[in-house]
Design a protein around this ligand. Structure first.
Ligand code: GDP
Ligand code: MG
Length: 163
């Protein structure tokens, strides 16, 4: 059975940007009804010769008051149940948010390996900021820039070590 890496986190942290980088193709996942991204997206990737499946969870919902429940119910829980390892992405630009804490509680319950990915660490200052994400209570916090790819090698080294 294939190893599965699930990328989860609240909207707009950079999950799809990282997914596209990993699978080296671009594919829109916006649903055309009401601006809601619904479906989980699967792609094949590899690092240092080790192949794995990546799941991107839809992360953009507009005009919804039950935004978090929707994400969890329809996408995140399913992705978490399939995952071998979970990349829990957060955003250095915004810092730690209440929704990050809600996600953390769900992710923690799954009992699988979790790496916190502090994304948008585009410069040294933002990498320094990533320290606050240790407050989510997971052992491993990586700083990365999905946009430039910087830091992604360290993340992937840690991921494939588990396979
Ligand atoms: P998702 O909702 O978590 O899938 O986030 P997206 O991948 O759609 O990215 C949300 C926004 O953040 C987009 O405007 C991206 O261009 C931007 N973004 C993603 N990664 C980075 C990054 O590493 N640095 C910066 N500065 N912006 C990023
Ligand atoms: Mg997305």
């Amino acid at each position: 059975m294939s190893n599965i890496v699930a990328i989860v986190g609240r909207p707009n942290v950079g999950k799809s940007t990282f997914f596209n980088r990993l699978v080296e193709r671009k594919q829109a996942i916006m649903d055309n009804e009401s601006g809601v991204t619904r479906d989980r997206q699967y792609g094949e990737a590899q690092w240092t010769g080790k192949k794995f499946t990546v799941i991107d969870t839809g992360g953009y919902v507009t005009g919804s008051s039950d935004i978090f429940e929707k994400e969890i119910r329809k996408q995140v829980k399913a992705a978490l149940s399939e995952a071998t390892v979970i990349l829990f992405m957060v955003d250095c630009h915004t810092g730690l948010t209440d929704m990050d804490k809600d996600f953390a509680n769900v992710v923690r319950e799954v009992g699988k390996p979790v790496f916190v990915i502090a994304n948008k660490a585009d410069n040294t200052e933002k990498s320094y900021m990533a320290g606050e994400f240790y407050g989510l209570g997971f052992d491993e916090v990586f700083t990365m820039s999905s946009a430039s790819g910087s830091g992604s090698g360290e993340v992937l080294d840690a991921v494939v070590k588990l396979f």
